[in-house]
Design a protein around this ligand. Structure first.
Ligand SMILES: NC(=O)c1ccc[n+]([C@@H]2O[C@H](COP(=O)([O-])OP(=O)(O)OC[C@H]3O[C@@H](n4cnc5c(N)ncnc54)[C@H](OP(=O)(O)O)[C@@H]3O)[C@@H](O)[C@H]2O)c1
Length: 223
């Protein structure tokens, strides 16, 4: 159901009144219950916006981004939308010496193809001038021990965004936020020796900039 907001203003001379009717901006946040997602949700909430949260088990609607069939069914339910943020998807974290083809593919099928498929399928449902915001991470630029899978996946997500930005039609934008390890993930801090965890406020602001700003094809680094 599409809601309509009615905003009523008077001119400064008080000679006539102006009626402006605006549709709600429909924003999907996949992974909204997660460490990053909770803060993205808070920063994007606001007048004139409808937030739809989603996760495998959590959220208003369920979707498993590892499955293209689940993504297709999800968009059929949502129909049209103005912005999609993805802060979901996992990769393999472990030593290169023990890494197998199957370990590597868990990251490819989830964090990489999950986000790529959200765009490949979602481009047929997004409204003109809408936006996609994906998530990569610092390991594309600054590797740590055990992080080879995520270094590769994050670089691929960044590359997909720069390539897709010049082909998306109807003025649809796409950006990726690349955060460093965040303050609210203390369990990860030991794996990132010498890194200064980034504040949740800074990370959430990067998503706000992507969704509400005008940039496209940007890798928004927060580290
Ligand atoms: N935390 C960090 O320090 C950090 C730093 C840089 C980059 N990142 C990246 O940011 C993203 C989010 O990280 P996070 O720490 O916020 O994760 P998190 O706390 O584990 O939260 C993950 C969120 O994604 C949803 N989710 C997980 N798998 C899904 C799937 N297959 N389909 C749909 N929803 C799924 C979860 O909901 P359900 O449980 O309901 O599925 C949950 O809402 C990841 O890609 C991560 O690599 C994180």
């Amino acid at each position: 159901m599409q809601c309509v907001l009615e905003i009523y203003r008077k001119t400064q001379f008080n000679q006539f009144t102006l009626y402006l009717k605006t549709s709600l901006m429909k924003i999907i946040i996949i992974g909204a219950s997660g460490t990053l997602g909770k803060h993205i949700n808070l920063v994007l909430k606001g007048e004139g916006r409808e937030i739809i949260t989603a996760g495998r088990k959590s959220g208003d609607l369920q979707v498993d981004i590892d499955s293209p069939e689940s993504i297709e069914a999800f968009f059929k339910k949502v129909k049209h939308f103005d912005a999609l943020v993805c802060a979901a998807g996992s990769g393999h974290f472990g030593p290169l010496k023990k890494m197998t083809n199957s370990d590597f593919l868990t990251g490819v099928n989830s964090k990489l193809m999950g986000q790529v498929n959200l765009v490949l399928i979602g481009q047929h449902y997004i409204n003109p001038k809408g936006s996609f915001t994906l998530t990569s991470g610092i390991l594309s630029d600054d590797p740590v021990v055990n992080g080879a899978n995520l270094s590769a996946i994050n670089s691929a997500v960044n590359g997909f965004v720069t390539g897709a930005a010049i082909e998306l039609e109807n003025d649809v934008r796409i950006n990726v936020v690349s955060p460093g390890v965040v303050e609210d993930s203390p369990n990860f801090h030991a794996a990132f020796p010498g890194h200064t965890p980034v504040t949740m406020e800074k990370v959430a602001k990067a998503y706000e900039r992507s969704v509400l700003g005008a940039g496209t094809g940007q890798i928004i680094k927060v580290f």
